[in-house]
Ligand binder design. Structure first.
Ligand SMILES: NC(=O)c1ccc[n+]([C@@H]2O[C@H](COP(=O)([O-])OP(=O)(O)OC[C@H]3O[C@@H](n4cnc5c(N)ncnc54)[C@H](O)[C@@H]3O)[C@@H](O)[C@H]2O)c1
Ligand SMILES: [Zn+2]
Ligand SMILES: [Zn+2]
Length: 360
């Protein structure tokens, strides 16, 4: 019997989201029904609502979540009813050309649930294949990663997207190491996680760049050694001044704007690395002198989900949290109800929060 549950739906481009009663099927083969306990509001949910990801409305939003496995379908062995899980959007296939080359974190054919959740008979597009601003959601078993239930749900859920994306942009994609200098553009949940990841990885200089002084103050708590308000001074000049005139080893863009990508490009040292983790919209373009791309050497990379492997990284990060070595509590700015997601988008736009977390 399908389950009727309350969920947050974006029906049309740019329109406020609404809470609707949707239908969630019982899990079929390889699928898992999860009772969602907490789901963070990520900027990517807002990108979906704005129509900046694709046009497959109506969207079932929410993708940064944790919960308890309620039922499993035929053949599911990695989780069982009662398990505490973080949902992920990288259920690796094990069979695509990237998986077969031993690089599953780039998997090109990740799994989602086969059956669709619906609203009034219309198929919903779950954000990032998850859809977790909902009392229950249906995912592929590989999208549920079992972790230590000692972690509070609202903290654990954040590992499921933004925190993993930021930590991994620094630790996996940017390969930040001991003694490196790093600049992070944009100090929202993702950028602050990149700062925390750089700190964990032993970076020597960590420069936070934002246009909001409140964000810069919080960035220091995550390990930023210097801060730059780029609405008041040129961040490229300021970063060079802080690094002996050279620029940083790794520049991480965590906003998704051409202007900040170009700042990151020019703020890195020769042979340095630029990591783009912010999500651009399809209209955006960057213009760079090709001689600078060539002449500065180094690497220009993009980071999807921090190049993470959920089965490897989620339990490890939860353990670091439980040991007191990774402050995840600081990311939770407020706990809200499922009825407050639209207001949480506005709080995000006003720069008031790192993460609003829906608690169910
Ligand atoms: N690549 C991935 O896998 C992945 C995963 C999750 C989120 N994201 C993306 O990362 C980006 C950040 O997400 P978030 O949830 O932290 O968003 P957020 O809105 O909480 O944070 C953005 C920050 O950028 C700052 N900012 C805005 N314009 C700026 C400018 N011109 N110069 C400097 N700072 C500026 C804001 O003040 C804010 O602090 C989004 O684009 C989101 O879609 C990517
Ligand atoms: Zn694969
Ligand atoms: Zn996200």
């Amino acid at each position: 019997m399908p389950h009727s549950v309350r969920a947050v739906v974006a029906r049309a481009k740019g329109e406020p989201v609404t809470v609707e009663t949707i239908q969630v099927p019982d899990p079929g083969p390889g699928e898992v029904l999860v009772a969602v306990q907490a789901c963070g509001v990520c900027h990517t949910d807002l990108h979906y609502r704005e129509g900046a990801i694709n046009d497959e409305f109506p969207f079932l939003l929410g993708h940064e979540a944790s919960g308890i496995v309620e039922e499993v379908g035929e053949g599911v062995t990695n989780v069982a009813p009662g398990d505490f899980v973080i949902l992920n959007w990288r259920a690796v296939c094990g069979e695509c050309r990237s998986c077969l080359r031993g690089r599953p974190w780039y998997c090109f054919a990740t799994h989602n649930a086969t059956q669709k959740m619906t609203l009034d008979g219309v198929e919903l597009s779950p954000a990032l294949g998850i859809g977790a601003f909902a009392e229950k959601t249906l995912v592929h078993s590989g999208q549920a990663t079992k972790v230590d239930p000692a972690a509070p749900p609202e903290v654990a859920g954040l590992i499921g997207c933004g925190v993993m994306a930021g930590l991994g942009a620094a630790m996996n994609t940017g390969n930040v190491g001991r003694g490196d200098s790093v600049a992070v553009f944009g100090c929202g949940g993702v950028g602050d996680a990149a700062i925390a990841g750089s700190h964990l990885a032993g970076a020597h200089t960590i420069i936070a760049v934002d246009i909001d002084d409140r964000k810069l103050e919080i960035a220091r708590e995550f390990g930023a050694t210097h801060t730059i308000n780029s609405s008041a001074e040129d961040p490229v000049e300021a970063i060079r001044a802080l690094t002996g005139g050279n620029g940083v080893d790794v520049a991480i863009e965590a906003i998704g704007l051409p202007v900040t990508y170009e700042q990151a490009f020019y703020a890195r040292d020769l042979a340095g690395t630029v990591v783009l983790v912010g999500v651009p919209n399809p209209e955006m373009k960057i213009e760079l002198p090709m001689i600078e791309v060539f002449g500065r050497g180094g690497t220009l990379k993009s980071s999807w989900y921090g190049d993470c492997l959920p089965s490897r990284d989620f339990p490890m990060l939860i353990d670091l949290y439980l040991q007191g070595r990774l402050d995840l509590d600081r990311f939770v700015s407020e706990r809200i109800s499922i009825d407050d997601v639209e207001e949480a988008f506005h709080a995000m736009e006003r720069g008031e929060v790192l993460r609003s977390v829906v608690v169910l």
